[in-house]
Design a protein around this ligand. Structure first.
Ligand code: NAG
Length: 470
């Protein structure tokens, strides 16, 4: 009950969807030791050097004694009250013999680099350091996010390559810009020009996300720009997964959730947080939840539309033999929770994939499905050609039912025996699962959802809506 309470209360703080605060990490502050080549802020016997051909805006919080300074081509100091530079007579006894301290080059820090942002659901979480993990595309600000550059920091961000970058708002130095006109005024100021550079323009004042079931980030159009900044690690697992919106394959587990209109994205995220991630055994798990668009493919080949679902990506930080195993355990826990409470949560169905599963099953089924559908298409084509040429005649309609008989027989399951639905859950057998996609969907859901105890993931040969082949 206590848990339920917390969940409810967190809900009142952020009733809406998955809009986030995204905060830029690096700064160009004078006092930040990471900005200096020697790893420490220059002291009284040091000389300060800025790269001559660079532009930079530097926030200075306190007073500093130095012996001299080489200035950059274009730059500014933003001085907090009491801050400034002076030369101390007779040197600084606490400063050693004096060095040339060089300010780091911050020219290449890119807006589209996912490692340079942190995300949080509220401002309080942001300040408290309660960050959310996201897939790469969503680590970079989405169109409905509020973008924050920390108060009392200067920075330099490269917003390129070309393109329009829509966000809801941008806060700089404690001032929140919510319209493009206001922001372009700032951009034409000295600080604005030094802090933002590059060929893209930020467009501010987007509507934010007001869909309680969540919003699709919209950064898939920027995928190449984002992934250009990501280096993928080599993986230890048998069947790496390809999460939607992530630049790299991963070892872990993915739960794909189909939702109905009363699904609440943020409250479900909080639920997973409090029911599972707060458990000691799941300390090492990183969870990224997003609403994603998936192409629907008829026969696994022909795109005919887009469906939305909730992707829950689970990564444990284990290596070697252990990699992905804990994530799979959690995925099973989440499936159990959905089995018991899914209908109350607005979840109509779910399935999961785990990288620790043997590769044979899934890949085999997928390949079989594609092959099977190709054979069917091939036969139909041959038949039509022969029919047109008059080689074959159709006596009566009954030759068609044989096709639908084949379709029904897929009920039997790929492995010959009756399809193992795992735990017998009425929720997953409801024919009314996707209200948005009537017809086609309803009739075959029974096959495409295959939650079995072994986690094997069956694919209906007639209808493959996954992107396994993408
Ligand atoms: C200094 O900069 C680093 C990275 O640029 C950042 O992670 C860190 O929070 C900054 N330190 C302070 C005290 O702001």
């Amino acid at each position: 009950m206590a848990v339920q309470h917390i969940v409810l209360c967190l809900l009142c703080i952020s009733p809406f969807a998955n809009a986030l605060y995204k905060q830029w990490i690096p700064d160009t502050n004078f006092e930040n030791t990471t900005n200096w080549d020697k790893g420490s802020v220059p002291c009284g016997n040091d000389r300060v050097m800025f790269l001559a051909d660079r532009k930079v805006s530097v926030y200075v919080e306190t007073a500093h004694a130095i012996t001299g300074m080489n200035l950059p081509m274009d730059g500014e100091f933003i001085l907090a009250s009491g801050a400034g530079f002076s030369v101390r007579d007779g040197g600084d006894p606490d400063c050693g013999s004096g060095v040339m301290a060089q300010f780091k080059d911050c020219e290449s820090l890119k807006w589209f680099d996912p490692s340079l942002w942190v995300a949080a659901a509220t401002i309080d979480y942001l300040h408290g350091g309660t960050y959310q993990f996201s897939v790469h595309e969503e680590s970079v600000p989405c169109r409905f996010d509020d973008v924050i550059f920390r108060e009392a920091t200067s920075f330099r961000v490269d917003v390129s390559p070309n393109g329009d970058v829509p966000v809801k708002s941008v806060s700089v130095f404690g001032k929140k810009f919510i319209s493009s006109s206001e922001f372009s005024q700032f951009l034409s100021s000295n600080s604005g020009k030094l802090q933002f550079h590059g060929s893209s323009s930020l467009s501010i004042g987007g509507p934010g996300c007001d869909d309680i079931t969540g919003c699709v980030c919209g950064n898939s159009v920027n995928r190449d720009k984002i992934c250009a900044n990501v280096k993928c690690e080599s993986l230890d697992c048998k069947t790496p997964l390809h999460p939607v919106g992530h630049c790299c394959d991963v070892c872990g587990a993915i739960v794909n959730v189909k939702f109905s209109l009363n699904f609440n994205f943020e409250s479900y995220r909080q639920r997973l947080q409090h029911l599972f991630l707060s458990l000691h055994k799941y300390d090492s798990i990183k969870l990224a939840m997003s609403k994603v668009s998936k192409d629907q493919k008829l026969l696994g080949l022909f795109p005919f539309g887009v469906s939305q679902e909730i992707q829950v990506l689970l990564l444990d930080q284990k290596t070697g033999q252990e990699t992905g195993k804990l994530a799979e355990v959690l995925a099973r826990d989440i499936m159990k929770d959905i089995q018991n409470h899914g209908s109350n949560l607005g979840i109509s169905s779910a399935e999961f994939q785990a990288s620790s599963e043997a590769s044979g099953n899934r890949a085999g089924v997928a390949a079989g499905a594609v092959l099977g559908s190709l054979v069917v298409v091939g036969l139909l084509v041959v038949f039509v050609i022969l029919y047109r040429r008059g080689v074959v005649k159709i006596p009566r309609i009954p030759s068609i039912p044989s096709f639908s008989k084949w379709k029904n027989s897929s009920e039997v399951g790929e492995l010959g025996g009756p399809l193992d639905h795992g735990f017998d859950n009425p929720m997953f057998d409801k024919p009314t699962m996707m209200p948005e996609e009537p017809g086609l969907y309803g009739t075959i859901t029974k096959n495409s959802i295959a939650m079995t105890q072994s986690g094997v993931y069956f694919i209906n040969p007639v209808y493959d809506e996954s992107d396994l082949n993408a």
